[in-house]
Design a protein around this ligand. Structure first.
Ligand code: XIL
Length: 404
């Protein structure tokens, strides 16, 4: 519910106010003509303001692709990102979704992650009978192996949307149980054990828990309702026990590194470390959805994580083009953001990986998710719809090249 308000709070507020004013007008005693007139006029004004704001927000912008005016140099065309990354021992990765271009991915990247195929709601197809379908995930593992790529596992435990981030049947199993805590522990333990033993030796890094936070608090889910914060401790301990060889990450989207939610996440990390939870690293997703991320703040944030003795990676980078609508050249500004983030990641000794959440603007997840799909252009990736290299590609390339 919290997420719905985060995304649609303003919309809900407008519709509610109009509805309340309209209903008041409808049911107000007819003899109070003045009051009724005021009510219906107010509803009209709020409606008008709402329509104007919506037009401004959802205006379908389109920006010049100035980058098409110059062709990329021979050196850039013949030196894939992964060649540059390999020579500085850095993982440059991408999420593989349903419409992925495997040829380009194998040429450019030395690390991959499944955009959806490793999520619990996808792997555990029949949760009541503990039936898994690993076939899609296994294909990605085979592709990664054939191309000598590192594979990130995303994700073991994620309590946000029943049916997608975890099997809906788990909620039912918990609500019907007389010992909810024990049932949740058993579910987590069996799930983590089965998945990690299936991928043993093939997926060296896993997001053990995804997006535990909601603002400054823990995201409330079947995991927190049954186990409280301890669900994190248990997930990491279970993962370590199931496969002591793999790196265990906590993955989170932070929008304000210096602000309250950034601080709350650092506090959570400190508590986990104090409790000797076996966590190896932190994944900072770095989706640029509502705001661009402040480079210096992100740099300091990575340092604070590193100072806790943890590894850190950028795990889901994408940058909405629309965020640069006031810039002279939005594509170039977007490219600069990719370059600076890649550079800060390379410069941070505790960071040795950056993963992009998608390859081309032609297939990007934001175009499928409300309200972002209504605010175009998202175009958050490094290749455009025609597979031209965007300034975003060149930004990453330059950062890697300058680090040689
Ligand atoms: C997204 C996928 O890209 C979409 O295809 C899917 O419909 C929803 O999930 N944070 C995460 C990712 O950790 O798993 C999400 O991926 C994007 C936000």
């Amino acid at each position: 519910m919290g997420i719905v308000f985060d995304l649609f709070g303003v919309h809900i507020a407008f519709v509610s106010i109009i509805l309340i004013l309209f209903l008041a007008w409808l049911f107000w005693p007819r003899k109070f003509k003045k009051v009724r007139k005021m009510l219906i006029r107010s509803a009209g004004v709020v409606l008008l303001v709402g329509v104007l704001l919506a037009a401004k927000t959802y205006w379908p912008y389109s920006f010049d692709k100035n980058y098409l005016k110059t062709s990329v140099s021979e050196e850039i065309a013949s030196t894939p990102l992964k060649n540059l990354a390999d020579s500085i021992d850095f993982h440059i990765g991408v999420a593989i979704g349903p419409a992925s271009d495997f040829k380009t991915i194998s040429r450019e990247f030395n690390s991959v992650v499944g955009e959806n195929d490793f999520k619990p709601g996808k792997l555990l197809v029949d949760a009541e009978n503990w039936k898994f379908d690993f076939s899609k995930a296994d294909k990605l593992v085979a592709f990664a192996e054939a191309n000598n790529m590192r594979m990130r596992g995303h994700t073991l435990i994620w309590g946000k949307f029943p049916g997608m981030t975890y099997p809906a049947a788990w909620g039912k199993m918990i609500s019907e149980s007389s010992d909810k805590k024990k049932t949740m522990e058993d579910i987590m333990s069996r799930y983590i054990q089965e998945v990690l033993s299936h991928f043993k030796g093939k997926v060296p890094t896993w997001d053990v828990v995804n997006e535990p936070m909601h603002g400054t608090n823990l995201y409330s889910s079947i995991f927190t309702e049954t186990l409280g914060e301890e669900y994190l401790d248990l997930a990491f301990k279970m993962a370590r026990k199931a496969d002591p060889e793999i790196s265990l990450f906590l993955n989170e989207q932070i929008n304000d590194y210096d602000g309250p939610s950034g601080k709350a996440f650092l506090e959570l990390l400190k508590r986990l470390i104090d409790r000797k939870v076996p966590i190896d690293g932190v994944g900072l997703q770095c989706h640029h959805l509502k705001n661009t991320h402040d480079i210096d703040a992100l740099k300091r944030y990575m340092r604070s994580i590193a100072e806790l003795g943890l590894k850190v990676e950028i795990t889901e980078l994408d940058v909405r083009l629309l965020l640069f609508k006031d810039s002279d050249d939005p594509y170039a500004a977007q490219g600069k953001q990719f370059e600076e983030i890649t550079k800060l990641c390379i410069d941070e000794p505790a960071c040795n990986g950056l993963t992009l959440w998608g390859l081309t603007d032609g297939a990007n997840w934001m175009d499928a998710v409300a309200p972002f799909k209504w605010k175009s252009p998202n175009a958050p990736n490094i290749y455009d719809e025609e597979m031209n290299r965007k300034p975003a590609y060149l930004g990453i390339w330059n950062a890697l090249k300058n680090a040689q």
